[in-house]
Structures are given as C-alpha cells and as structure tokens.
Design a protein around this ligand. Structure first.
Ligand SMILES: Nc1ncnc2c1ncn2[C@@H]1O[C@H](COP(=O)(O)OP(=O)(O)O)[C@@H](O)[C@H]1O
Ligand SMILES: [Mg+2]
Length: 405
C-alpha cells in the first residue's frame, strides 16, 4: 500500500505520524518544501519517496505538482494532518478519485461559520454568530449580537487575530487591526470553562475518545505572556459535568458526517452546566495533545492513526489510567535563556510522574510565545488522581521559572 503524506516533517507531530505509517507496513511518499537531504533523519528513514515543492502553502501549485508527480504511480491514500494542507490533500484525492473526504467536506471543518451552521442544523447549541467580510458587515453583526462579543478569522488557528470586544470603544480600537483578515466570524461571547473532545474515528465511529481541559481558556493564555498555560487530559470521563460535552461530541461527529481520522473539537461549559459548541477540525489537536493522550494510556496514537487509516483496525487499550497535564513555560525577559530556576526541586518532588521535559536549554533563543503555544518549552506530568495532577501542574506553572536576557 502506498500513502502520500503532505508535510511529513512539520509541525512537530508529523515525523511521528510518518513513522506510524511506516510501522503499519505501508510505503510512505512525502511532499514537502525542504530538499530531501535536509529532512531530519527520523523522517527520511521512513520515506520511500519524496517530492520537493517550492511553496507548500501555495495550494494550486502544490496540488498541480503533486498530481503530475503521481502520474503513472498507484497511490492508495492521500493524507495531511496539518490544518493549512487539509483541503489540498482532499483536492488531490478527488482528482485521482480516491475515497475520503472531499474538498467541500473538509472546508466544513475549516470554515468556522459553515461548521456552526451544520452543527446547529441538528439542534446543537452554538454561539449566535455571523460571517463578516467588511467593516459594515461587522457593524451589522455587532448590532445583532451585542456585547461582549468575539471577532476572529473564519479560518483561524491558535487564537491568532482573535479578540473579545466589550464595548463600542473597544470595537473602534480593534477594527484597524483586523484589516488584513479577509473574512471574520462575529460571535456571541460564551462565558465558561473550555474543553476539547478529541477522537480517532473509523467511518465516523469514534474508536478512541479523550477530553482535555484548557487552564485558563486559550484566548486568555494567548493574550497574557506571564501565564504558563496548562492543559489537562482527563482520566475520568464519567464525571457528570463532562456528560453534555461528550454527548455533543458524538452528535457533532454525526452532524459533520465525519469519516476516518482524528477530530479535534472544542466546547465551552457554562456555569449553568450547558455545553456550547466551539469549533471542530478533522485533524489531531496540536500542542502535545496527542502525546498527552498517549501518556494517559501508554499507547501510540501516531501509529494507531496510521493503522486505522490504512487497515481499518485499532489495537490499543483505552482504559486511561492517568490524568496528563502539559505545562507550557514562557521565560521572563527577551533574548536568550540565561537561567532556569526551580526545575531541580520540581524533579525531586514529582520526578516519578514526570513523562516529558522539553524546556529550551540555557543559551537558546526564546521562541515567539504568540506564534507557538509551545513557547519556551513544555513539561508533561501524569497521575491517576486529578487533584494531584492539578497540584503538580500548578507547581510547574508557578515554581519553575525561566529567565532570558
Ligand atoms: N464565541 C466565543 N465565546 C468565547 N470565547 C471564544 C469564542 N470564540 C472564540 N473564543 C476564544 O478564542 C479562542 C480561539 O477561538 P477558536 O474558535 O478556538 O479558534 P482557533 O483555535 O482556531 O484560533 C477560543 O479557544 C476561546 O478561548
Ligand atoms: Mg480553537
């Protein structure tokens, strides 16, 4: 079996999915913008062939070059798990008449207004929202929605260009900053906690389900540099407060007519206990969520995704003995990391439960915390008990400090 995999080495999860494909016994053909010799060894060793394209994000060019390269070859699946290339993968599939989700269908998972309409049409609660392509359309939407409201790109990611607007004054301040965004979603602001619903599906049926809570909500973590964002993958999904979100997750899979692969849905839990739909993507969650799901079960979903995709089977335990917290660190100061405080103490206290530690080393240049949730590094801890997991996460968030200069 031959699988064409777009962007096999970026973002950071992709080398693992490339490995997963090779490990379930298929030939993996990669398409990327790096020269083959510049691919990391952990990717190159799993690729049977590779096409270098000049611009991965030029969708028409990518599709055309890939189709030309595929002529005379027999390929069984065309996949991408990176949001900006999902539609390109679907276009290639459609052109060579492979089964799988069509470009139209994938766009329903990309376009925040289309997904809300589709989900709302079966009675699921979504934020009151409008699409806006101009300042006057934004003003019209604001009239109908009232304050507070959210303005964000229709095809956004990572909370980029997303604003909570509380008043007409704030609206006037923010509008000029949104001029470069071609289409916006204007939404009623939903107050509450924020969770994910992640699932690996086979023909729409979830074989593996996981829920992760963001602490604090993504928009808040993305607008305050001093925060160490935490996300905790939850062990006990029987807790009553999660029931509405889990039920919604299953209903959304049906409403969206999900086929095979990962979904990453986000939902809000209001203080009244109501679940409100946030968004859904037909790819795995980023920022270590797959690693967290793996640590929660001691499994390898990078490989299981490949097995489900290529062989329609899933071979992993799902008992979930652990809660898993990822804590993302941001250094104080600009420039290069000069010192790390509290890490040794944390290792002594929590070492037994520490699954991964990827902080930037001393001397490394800080990452742009606005561009990547990963920021200046991540620690991952797990524990069977929820309160202990939260305590360890809080300790890592507050007591480990990185300083840059
Ligand atoms: N209608 C809304 N009500 C409250 N918060 C919202 C709303 N829409 C977005 N947000 C906040 O902005 C963040 C980013 O929005 P989201 O729709 O998830 O886009 P993306 O993650 O693709 O950037 C959310 O995680 C949430 O914190
Ligand atoms: Mg989101």
């Amino acid at each position: 079996m031959n699988v064409l995999f777009l962007s096999p080495s970026y973002p950071r999860e992709m080398p693992h999915f490339t490995r997963g494909l090779a490990e379930v016994g298929v030939r993996v053909w990669g398409v990327g913008d790096q020269p083959a010799h510049a691919l990391p060894e952990e990717v190159r060793r799993y690729l049977s062939d590779y096409l270098q394209v000049p611009r991965l994000l030029d969708e028409d060019d990518l599709v055309e070059r890939t189709l030309r390269w595929l002529r005379g070859r027999s390929v069984d699946h065309v996949e991408s798990l990176w949001e900006p290339l999902m539609v390109a993968a679907a276009r290639i599939r459609q052109q060579i008449q492979l089964p799988g989700m069509t470009p139209e269908h994938v766009t329903d998972f990309r376009d925040k207004q289309r997904m809300k309409e589709r989900v709302a049409s079966v009675g699921i609660r979504v934020p009151y929202a409008f699409r806006a392509r101009s300042i006057s359309e934004i003003r019209e939407a604001v009239e109908k929605i009232g304050y507070p409201l959210i303005l964000k790109p229709i095809a956004g990611a990572g909370s980029a260009d997303t604003y909570r607007i509380n008043s007409p004054q704030e609206l006037e301040q923010i509008l000029p900053r949104l001029q470069h965004v071609p289409e916006l979603s204007c939404e009623e602001f939903i107050d509450g906690r924020e969770f994910t619903f992640d699932a690996l599906c086979l023909e729409g049926r979830p074989l593996f389900v996981s829920v992760t809570e963001y602490l604090p909500r993504p928009l808040i973590m993305r607008t305050n540099e001093w925060i160490s964002p935490v996300q905790i993958t939850i062990r006990d999904l029987q807790q009553p407060h999660l029931a509405p979100g889990l039920q919604m997750g299953h209903e959304v899979l049906e409403a969206m007519q999900m086929q095979t692969g990962f979904v990453h849905m986000e939902w809000y839990l209001t203080s009244k206990g109501e679940a409100v739909f946030g968004e859904i993507a037909c790819r795995p969650g980023g920022a270590y969520i797959v690693d967290q799901m793996n640590f929660s079960n001691d499994i390898d979903l990078f490989r299981e995704w490949a097995r489900v995709r290529c062989h329609q089977t899933f071979h992993s335990p799902t008992a979930r003995p652990y809660n898993v917290a990822a804590i993302f660190k941001r250094a104080q100061g600009q420039g290069h990391i000069r010192s790390i405080h509290g890490l040794q103490h944390f290792r002594e206290q929590c070492g037994r439960w520490l699954c991964a530690e990827h902080l930037l080393p001393i001397g490394a240049l800080r990452r742009d915390w606005k561009q990547t949730l990963l920021s200046d590094g991540v620690l991952i801890v797990r524990h069977p008990d929820w309160d202990t997991t939260v305590q360890m996460a809080r300790m890592a968030a507050t007591q480990i400090q990185l300083f840059a200069a």
